[in-house]
Design a protein around this ligand. Structure first.
Ligand code: ZN
Length: 224
């Protein structure tokens, strides 16, 4: 007999477990082994940086763009985050090394927000893994609203103020809602009734602009 659970359903269950039980965590420190741009495929001005040896992440991002309008919008908006660099890296051994499926470190250096996203490439199905990436990027969008002048410590306080019940105390609701909404879209179960703007509004988050054209005047005008 065939199992009652398809791979897709198991992926959803595992993702929900990961996100609710805190197997994806945030930390607020700069890793010592990260060099921001070498070997990256993106130009030095790009927000999202992926190491060219990472074969998983570009594929996941492309599938996200194809499969979910909300993920596409999130990626377009992430690209317009101001003074932000996000490094995303697939690690096939992350769960074995750390017991985590996802881990993001955020820190501030010279007024710029840095995020280093590591995720487990492997045991989740592809949708589950993609939603883990969405979840971590949504954390970045949320955290990017913090005042950079106050440094890394302020990032931690900001997240803890918004934290929902979690063993690790650093989980917030916005990324969970976005990841689950994207998951429904990827699985063709929702026509997109929920919008990213509506979810952001309900969490008092100002989204970065969606188009490059919108972002340009902010980047090119006077002292700030
Ligand atoms: Zn999280």
């Amino acid at each position: 007999m065939r199992s009652r659970f398809s791979r897709g359903k198991i992926g959803v269950l595992v993702l929900v477990f990961v996100l609710i039980k805190g197997q994806s965590i945030l930390a607020f420190d700069a890793p010592t082994d990260i060099v921001v741009n070498p070997g990256a495929t993106a130009p030095s001005t790009a927000v999202l940086r992926i190491d060219r040896r990472d074969k998983f992440t570009p594929r996941h991002l492309e599938q996200l763009r194809r499969g979910s309008a909300m993920a596409r919008e999130l990626l377009d908006r992430v690209a317009n985050l101001r003074d932000t660099i996000l490094i995303v890296r697939a690690d096939p051994a992350l769960a074995r090394k750390s017991g985590l499926y996802g881990r993001t470190r955020f820190w501030v250096h010279a007024g710029e927000l840095f995020g280093f996203v590591e995720y487990q490439a492997g045991p989740l199905n592809s949708f589950g893994t993609q939603c883990l990436i969405v979840h971590e990027l949504a954390h970045a969008v949320e955290i990017a609203t913090t005042d950079r002048k106050a440094g890394t410590r302020a990032l931690r306080s900001f997240v803890l103020e918004r934290a929902i019940g979690s063993d690790l105390g650093a989980e917030t609701e916005f990324p969970q809602q976005v990841a689950l909404a994207v998951l429904w879209q990827l699985q063709r179960k929702a026509a997109g009734e929920d919008s990213l703007e509506r979810i952001a509004l309900s969490h008092q988050i100002t989204l970065p602009p969606i188009t490059v054209a919108d972002a340009m005047p902010m980047a090119s005008t006077g002292p700030h």
